[in-house]
Design a protein around this ligand. Structure first.
Ligand code: NAD
Ligand code: KPL
Length: 294
């Protein structure tokens, strides 16, 4: 049985694509809701009707996927783990960085893995989950206990038909995505525009070079491969152009009145700067401004 903690867009994407009958959602404590019914629109083909039960007391999952937002993850796992066998591998799907380390440090004896995914899923209306973009999910261990589970978990997830790749350097991959999200998401939320439109905006043009200087210094300090600020800017802008018409996840959260993941993106980088004594005024400014939007 694969348990999924977080019955949102990402959780429903995996629940709809993994073999039926092998998946259950994990409810919040004290709730015994009815099974979750929704329509699932795959990238190709007709919508499917999906029903996912909730994990019942006494059921022991052999894999736990965590698809909550980064800011909810620690609390959600604190409730879910007492009834989860200590040997069950935990796979964290959160964007950004910071929440993954919190989990690995809080439960060092449990097998913890992280996923970095370019799959896209959203819920444009109640009862409908759309697989909006096909991508790849890279999977890697965050601690030695997780390493032994990497291959079997990758095989279990590949049964979904989604592309799953074991990744020996998952932290490096999470850093690459973090830099891209930190260079795009906050600007799209503050300027309230699709990804591609930030590129011509004076606010973006004023701050992107000093921001990339901060990224470059932080990558060095964190032991990640060096990258010159100009190269980082080119990488960020290539993604912004490739996803020009997209509404970023942060802008979508802002427009829906949900809390954003800024604390785990630019906020994480600003905190890391404090730790390494690296000035991070642009990450700090973007974090504060996005928080004012909530
Ligand atoms: P979402 O808001 O749609 O889903 C999160 C779900 O977690 C919600 O249903 C919420 O009710 C549930 N939840 C919160 N606290 C809980 C608790 N204590 N117990 C049980 N459930 C709880 O978010 P999402 O879009 O599915 O994203 C989840 C994570 O995956 C985020 O970190 C996001 O950045 C990352 N991600 C999402 C996508 C995507 O396309 N949606 C792509 C890449 C990465
Ligand atoms: O990952 C993204 C997000 O919106 O969080 C980008 C790459 C910015 C694409 O929209």
């Amino acid at each position: 049985m694969i348990a999924i903690l977080g019955a949102g867009s990402m959780g429903r994407l995996w629940a709809a694509t993994l073999p039926a009958g092998q998946v259950a959602f994990v409810s919040r404590p004290g709730r015994r809701p009815k099974p979750v019914h929704y329509r699932f629109q795959p990238i190709e083909g007709e919508p499917l009707s999906v029903t996912v039960p909730w994990l019942q007391p006494g059921q022991s999952p052999d894999l736990l996927l965590v698809t909550t937002k980064a800011g909810d993850t620690l609390e959600a796992l604190t409730s879910a783990l007492p009834s989860t066998p200590p040997s069950t591998p935990i796979v964290l799907f959160q964007n950004g960085l910071g929440s993954q380390q919190q989990v690995a440090e809080t439960w060092p004896e449990r097998p913890v893995l992280a996923a970095s995914t370019t799959e896209g899923a959203n819920r444009p209306q109640p009862g409908l989950t759309v697989h909006a973009g096909r991508g790849t999910t890279w999977l890697g261990a965050l601690n030695p206990a997780g390493q032994a589970h990497l291959e079997p978990v990758a095989q279990q997830l590949a049964a979904s038909g989604l592309a799953v790749q074991p990744e020996p350097d998952i932290l490096g991959r999470l850093w690459q995505k973090l830099v891209i999200n930190a260079g795009i998401n906050a600007f799209t939320a503050l300027l309230d525009c699709p990804n591609g439109e930030i590129l011509g905006q004076p606010f973006y043009l004023k701050w992107i070079d000093p921001l990339c200087q901060e990224f470059s210094q932080l990558l060095d300090a964190a032991g990640q491969p060096s990258a010159a600020p100009e190269i980082l800017r080119e990488t960020i802008e290539a993604v912004a152009r490739k996803t020009a018409a997209n509404t970023s996840s942060m802008r979508a959260d802002m427009l829906a009145g949900r809390e954003t993941e800024i604390d785990f993106i630019n906020g994480y980088l600003a905190r890391l700067g404090h730790r390494y004594n690296i000035a991070g005024p642009v990450n700090q400014m973007l974090t504060e401004r996005v928080k004012q939007l909530n």
